[in-house]
Design a protein around this ligand. Structure first.
Ligand code: PLP
Length: 382
């Protein structure tokens, strides 16, 4: 059943580790819808599985593949990225101190604030790209959990994972939301992080038809066992069909991500300096503040996400989004189709996202079609 992990991530993903079901030698993964498993006459469970909430075989192959791609000890699938992040937060000791980036996925940022208001955690924020300020915070009040998101939504600040992990003191756990980077571009565990979290809804699945999440740990620990318990007992589990679709999506991860990276780089370079834009935010541009760290930390590209700031403010940005024909106007990211999103209005009151910003998720369409679409939407007299 197993494949040597010396193979490249592209090969591991394409073959989903090369697992073949023994009975019929199926090359396509088997779908496991069972919610319960038969006990033997002697009362034992021959396969070790009792009930699907904590023992579903539907997760095995996708979890093994993700653990291999991240070079982790173990991966766990969840019903969403938020469920994955929450399992880790819930596993912390009550009142644990969490240090989170100022710029990060808005939904989780808000939820951290809610948990802090409820007294379940204490919370402080750091400036994503200011390594010295972050190190000072790590020393002044060592958090139990340091949360990193890099590149960070929606302005794509870069945090130096290795330098940050080196700057923490014993007792601080580091978790990285690597949704945007994917296991192909950044390996947070190899850089010293303890946990990687993915909204598997995005690149891992890649087809806008599954909501899922994942956590991967570097090593086993009592805290990881609490995360496992959290999933099994709190019950935020993924359905078997979603797990199957996720695995199917992961098999083309390398093709999709590498195409999206190349396309995003070309689009960012083409739009950089455009007269209707005040800024193009993409870590692959030398003008981006995090470019040097990203170039060292990300292998094979700078990701498929970029943002543009439109001259003329919110109304002008909305008008550009409205004129796009190939890009779909929708929230989310990391799928085969390119998306445009006015983040400030999606995030709503309290957002710190600039109102003139449009977030672009680059899909796998022909790059020239996307560039032509952006040009026709931008090159209109105001
Ligand atoms: N992390 C990032 C970077 C995201 O973009 C999202 C969702 O947009 C999440 C986490 C939450 O994931 P999910 O929507 O799967 O719960």
């Amino acid at each position: 059943m197993s494949t040597p992990h010396t193979l490249s991530p592209d090969t591991l993903a394409a073959q989903a580790l090369g697992w073949v079901a023994p009975e019929h030698r199926d090359l396509a993964p088997t779908l496991h819808p069972a919610s319960t498993f038969e006990r033997a006459a002697d009362g034992s469970y021959p396969d070790g599985r009792v009930y699907a909430r904590d023992h579903s075989p539907a997760y095995d192959q996708a979890e093994a593949l993700l653990a291999a791609l991240e070079s982790g000890y173990q991966a766990l699938l969840f019903a969403s990225g938020m469920a994955a992040a929450n399992a880790l937060l819930q596993a912390l000791e009550p009142g644990a101190h969490v240090l989170a980036p100022r710029i990060m996925y808005w939904g989780l940022r808000n939820w951290l604030q809610t948990l802090a208001e409820r007294g379940q955690i204490t919370l402080d924020f750091y400036d994503n790209a200011d390594h010295n300020a972050l190190s000072a915070k790590l020393r002044a009040r060592p958090p139990r959990l340091l949360w990193i998101e890099t590149p960070a939504n929606p302005t794509w600040e870069i945090t130096d994972i290795a330098a940050t992990c080196a700057a923490r003191t014993a007792g601080t756990l580091v978790a990285v939301d690597s949704t945007v980077s994917t296991p192909l571009l950044t390996r947070p565990l190899a850089l010293g992080a303890d946990f990687v979290m993915h909204s598997a809804t995005k690149y891992l699945n890649g087809h806008s038809d599954v909501v899922a999440g994942a956590l991967v740990c570097r090593e086993d620990s009592p805290l990881w066992q609490r995360v496992r318990q959290q999933r099994a007992v709190a019950g935020a589990v993924l359905g078997p069909f979603e797990a199957w679709l996720l695995l199917r999506g992961m098999r083309t991860l390398a093709l999709r991500v590498r195409h999206a990276c190349a396309s995003a780089q070309r689009i960012a370079e083409t739009l950089h300096g455009h007269k209707r834009l005040t800024q193009v935010l993409y870590p692959g541009l030398p003008s981006h503040g995090g470019h040097a760290v990203a170039a060292a930390q990300m292998q094979g590209g700078f990701g498929g996400m970029l943002s543009i700031r439109v001259a003329g403010g919110e109304r002008a940005a909305m008008a550009v989004a409205g004129r796009l024909r190939v890009f779909k106007r929708a929230t989310s990211l990391g799928a085969v189709e390119s998306l445009v999103e006015h983040r400030a209005s999606v995030e709503g009151p309290g957002t710190i996202c600039p109102p003139d910003l449009l977030r672009l998720s680059i899909g796998i369409e022909a790059t020239n079609d996307l560039i032509a679409d952006l040009h026709q939407a931008l090159d209109v007299s105001p």
